[in-house]
Design a protein around this ligand. Sequence first.
Ligand SMILES: C[S@@+](CC[C@H](N)C(=O)[O-])C[C@H]1O[C@@H](n2cnc3c(N)ncnc32)[C@H](O)[C@@H]1O
Length: 317
Amino acid sequence: MVQTDIRSRAWTRYWASGALHSCDGSFALEGEGAIAAFWRAAFIDAPTQGHLLDLGTGNGGLMLAASRALQAWQLSGVDLSRPILPWLDAGRDGGRIQLFAETRMEQVPLPSGAINLLVSQFGIEYADHQQVVREALRLLAPGGRLALVVHHAESVVTRVAADELRALDLLAADDGLLAATTVVLPHMAALRGGQAPSPAAYAAREAFNRAMREVSALMATLEVADVLGQAQAGVQGMLLAVHPGNLHEALGKLAAYRDELAAAAVRAREQIQAAMTRGQLDAFLTGFREAMPALEASPLLQDGKLIAWAVRGMRAD
Ligand SMILES: C[S@@+](CC[C@H](N)C(=O)[O-])C[C@H]1O[C@@H](n2cnc3c(N)ncnc32)[C@H](O)[C@@H]1O
């Protein structure tokens, strides 16, 4: 298991981009689509007042949708990382929205029975399963509801993450494109400065070319290969632009890019680990079933493609 602080930093970095949710660009939380419809249904028959808690809220895209549907509700979100909630206007929202940042959802600083609607979208499955179920049941008031969108092991979202992870692992390998670029850049700068090519420069260039070919070969086999195409274009641009005067800056940019891709790999890896098969979901939900006899869990499809598990339940009085 990757350390908590590394995971927290990897997500803090992602939320700093201002993205509203973790699959930004692939589906909406309001309006069209199966996920938006799931959340509309979860909010539609809610009482006028209550307290919603979003587990693993990230930048709170789900809280934003809830804030429009549940206008007199208190909304709380909890996240291990430090999200920025770019949409939140503290004055306008009158203090009804609160974020517990750098807080584990297994231990939420709210009193028992405080929550009337417990929600999570691609969040709860990242936590320790036993602990988070216990905590969710502690927090939910009698009659309180549960609505979850959970990563499915066979969904298109998980497949994309698996492709992304293969790509990121190849780029970051010891002899991968990023390492080869780090070695070749000083040689290119020296050549541009008028130095004759050395055997080491030839070897570095050859290693770089081989890494580029490996990236192209993987790209041809993946369904989604954006990160590989971007990496190739990025390092080629660096090689074209480097000279003795900007070598230090170029190496700094490359190091920052490597850090960014390493954080993306942490996120993709834990997403794949968190995704559940039917059996894993059933085992996870066992803890809820005693308190929620009518708990339902079904695959969620959008445009004919499997994207997640949808779970709904209500705590018996
Ligand atoms: C895939 S993102 C989903 C965020 C948001 N719910 C969405 O739909 O975009 C998972 C989030 O869960 C958070 N997370 C992971 N483990 C956690 C834990 N044990 N407690 C609280 N948050 C956690 C991560 O920091 C990350 O922001």
